[in-house]
Design a protein around this ligand. Structure first.
Ligand SMILES: Nc1ncnc2c1ncn2[C@@H]1O[C@H](COP(=O)(O)OP(=O)(O)OP(=O)(O)O)[C@@H](O)[C@H]1O
Ligand SMILES: [Mg+2]
Length: 484
């Protein structure tokens, strides 16, 4: 057996590491078998060793940032064909059987002491192939792998595109180490390999969609489409046609037939967000589709077989909706075969610094001068109740990065509500009593942003106006308005 790791990220992207018959330690140290030049990788991060049944298993060696398989942190796990292994920022695709290496690409080429940054790895003879799926065109669809590679392609490096056959989109990284979140990881692990529906519950911004993508990304369906529909965003009279499709002439204006999202998710996963908002008539039809595994597009005569997995999310209490007559109890029991509850951020404050650091890194491109949080700012983040959960935290950090005047984010870079320990306007939907506060906040952000851009432009107002994307007159008006 020749198994290997295909390097998916970094400067060695596209190279193979052929696994030897004995243990391989992966880490940042130069004297491990597979050294990785990545600051987020621990010195001795993980080990891959042969396991029973001609397989390989990866074991985390107590690394700081953990070892993820298909996006889920794992202490130890047997690797399956196509698994995505992630250490720090570095990703590999595991192949149980390497595609034919060209004659001369000796199998024992497993490099000893050659870092991934200066590769001595086997150039990929081609991508880690798997049949490409044909993705339907829809904004709701995350397409699976794109075009197939030329057979026998012996490029030294793979092309820099991400959607390669056998190279599914990386599952999202769910960050956090709190016990309540570890419980969520355990449920995702359980839910991934099976086909049962899953109901994801939790307050707004807790990561329900992220968890749905993680389940898909760790499931055998991961190379097929992930199709998401926000049930609250579809007008009720269009709902059935959107979900189940329609035949040509099914209703006025239906000049052509249209595939529904259920069919677009063929072989993959259908994610129904806010399922509590699904109209009652469509609920009955959805239940039938789940039971019969076939769909009847609106106005069509023949049902069509479908193969998809349903994931659903809600922030509402569906049992109350059932009592009020707004949700069918039979559908409820059908979709909550597995139930995963995402904990609110206020119940896992220990995760806040981790999340905050990651978001700071993500948004630093907006203002590269910013490097860190002032201790008082971090303290503020820890104490706030975050009614909008992780989404609110992410937004607050994006805004703080944008308005920070120095290298550190200070408490005053956060919205007034946050500083006062109140609920923020976006968490409350930005309506009603929070309206005035939201306006003050916006003006505050705008003023600071203009000041920062002026500083960047070294006081040159023409340049500042260009950077801000407004004309000079508008900038002058704003400066007057803010008394600058
Ligand atoms: N644990 C986490 N680690 C990293 N990012 C997270 C985490 N949880 C949530 N996020 C981020 O927060 C934002 C909101 O997450 P998501 O859309 O999954 O929430 P949701 O529960 O579906 O919210 P809603 O009910 O409002 O639709 C996204 O940008 C997501 O990437
Ligand atoms: Mg959502």
């Amino acid at each position: 057996m020749t198994a290997g790791l295909w390097v998916r990220t970094g400067s060695s992207r596209g190279y193979w590491f052929v696994l030897p018959a004995d243990e391989v330690v992966l880490g940042r140290d130069l004297d491990v078998e597979l050294p990785i030049s990545d600051a987020e990788v621990s010195r001795r991060h993980a080990v891959i060793a042969p396991a029973a049944g001609e397989r390989y298993a990866v074991r985390d060696l107590g690394s700081r940032n953990g070892t993820r398989v298909n996006g889920i942190p794992e202490a130890e796990r047997v690797l399956e064909e196509g698994d995505l292994l992630q250490l720090g920022r570095t990703q590999f695709v595991f192949r149980a059987r390497l595609p034919a290496l060209r004659a001369g690409d000796a199998v024992e080429l497993a490099p000893r002491r050659s870092t991934l940054a200066s590769p001595g790895l086997v150039p990929a003879p081609g991508p880690p192939a798997a049949p490409a799926a044909s993705a339907p065109a829809s904004s709701a669809v995350t397409p699976p792998a794109a075009a197939a590679a030329t057979p026998g392609d012996t490029r030294a490096r793979a092309a820099p595109d991400d959607d390669r056959p056998g190279d599914p989109a990386a599952p999202p990284e769910i960050l956090g180490e709190a016990p309540a979140l570890l419980e969520v990881f355990a449920w995702i692990r359980r839910a991934a390999p099976v086909d049962s529906p899953v109901l994801l519950r939790g307050e707004t911004g807790t990561g329900k969609e992220l968890a749905a993508r993680a389940i898909h990304g760790a499931s055998p369906r991961r190379r097929r489409p992930f199709v998401a529909l926000n049930c609250a965003a579809v007008p009720p009279d269009l709902f059935e046609s959107e979900l189940f499709g329609h035949a040509r002439g099914a209703f006025t204006g239906a000049f052509t037939g249209k595939k529904g999202l259920v069919e677009m998710a063929e072989g993959g996963t259908l994610f129904l967000d806010e399922i509590g908002e699904c109209p009652l008539a469509a609920q009955a039809k959805l239940l039938r589709v789940l039971d019969a595994r076939e769909v009847l597009p609106v106005g069509a005569e023949q049902p069509r077989r479908v193969d998809f997995r349903l994931l659903a999310a809600t922030h509402r209490d569906l049992s109350a909706a059932i009592e009020a007559g707004g949700f069918r109890s039979d559908l409820y029991f059908r979709i909550k075969v597995l139930e995963i509850v995402l904990p609110p951020l206020r119940e896992r404050p220990q995760d806040i610094p981790l999340l905050a650091d990651r978001f700071l890194e993500e948004f630093r491109r907006l203002n590269p001068a910013v490097h860190a949080f002032a201790p008082a700012a971090l303290d503020l983040l820890r104490r706030y109740a975050w009614p909008g959960n992780v989404r609110e935290l992410k937004n607050a950090i994006e805004r703080a990065v944008l308005v920070a005047a120095g290298p550190r984010i200070e408490p005053e870079d956060f919205p007034l509500e946050l500083r006062a320990g109140l609920s923020s306007p976006e968490a409350a939907g930005g309506t009603g009593t929070c309206g005035a506060a939201a306006e003050t906040l916006l003006r505050d952000v705008e003023r600071r942003h203009i000041l920062r851009v002026l500083r960047l432009a070294e006081g040159n107002k023409t340049k500042a106006a260009a950077l801000l994307g407004v004309d000079r007159g508008t900038l002058y008006n704003k400066l007057r308005e803010f008394g600058l």
